[in-house]
Write a protein that binds this ligand. Structure first.
Ligand SMILES: [Mg+2]
Length: 191
């Protein structure tokens, strides 16, 4: 999966066919799996959410709730190999089940960030132009550059930089600092 994802990121950003990747990996070990079995195998061994060591930042949920109280609609734009109920369960476990206005998952849309299609899927669902939205993320290459290329302002949660020459519109360390970004002062004022 890592190899397929790396190749996609370096190439056309089309989401890899993970069932095919799993079938190939099994075949290399002398195990023949049809597509359905390969997909089921992958689902069974794939570790995500809390099990994968992922937890929400403690100020994430209060920050989201504060943004919603200011009138913002909230969405997720994420690169991941499982969407649907699996991802919603991960969100619930992390305490981030806040009745999102849109959830755009790469494996469901067919493209990985920074491909514009994934951002556009979220924008279209919300009926927003890029300039009416803001992206928040920790990857300069995927989140910040991807959003800015469409004309969407982007805030970066400072992490190990994964791209050169990308200048975020806002940079923060603690999630709650987002509430100080002038752009997010009030939804109505942004329009
Ligand atoms: Mg990220």
């Amino acid at each position: 999966m890592d190899g397929a994802m790396r190749a996609a990121r370096a190439g056309d950003l089309a989401e890899p066919d993970y069932a095919a990747v799993a079938a190939e990996a099994a075949a290399a070990l002398g195990v023949r799996l049809d597509r359905g079995l390969a997909a089921a195998f992958l689902e069974a061994i794939y570790v995500s959410g809390a099990e994968g060591g992922k937890a929400a930042y403690p100020d994430a949920r209060p920050t989201l709730e504060a943004l919603r109280a200011r009138g913002f609609r909230l969405g997720i734009v994420t690169n991941r190999a499982f969407g649907g109920e699996r991802f919603r369960a991960d969100l619930r476990e992390a305490g981030l089940d806040i009745d999102w206005d849109v959830i755009a998952v790469s494996v469901e849309v067919g493209y990985l960030k920074p491909h514009p299609r994934l951002f556009e899927a979220a924008l279209d669902a919300l009926g927003l132009a890029p300039a009416e939205a803001a992206m928040v993320g920790n990857s300069l290459a995927e989140d910040i550059a991807g959003a800015q290329r469409l004309g969407m302002p982007a805030a970066w949660k400072r992490s190990r930089p994964d791209a050169d020459g990308v200048v975020p519109d806002f940079t923060f360390d603690r999630v709650s600092e987002l509430l100080d970004w002038s752009l997010l002062a009030e939804a109505a004022r942004v329009r």
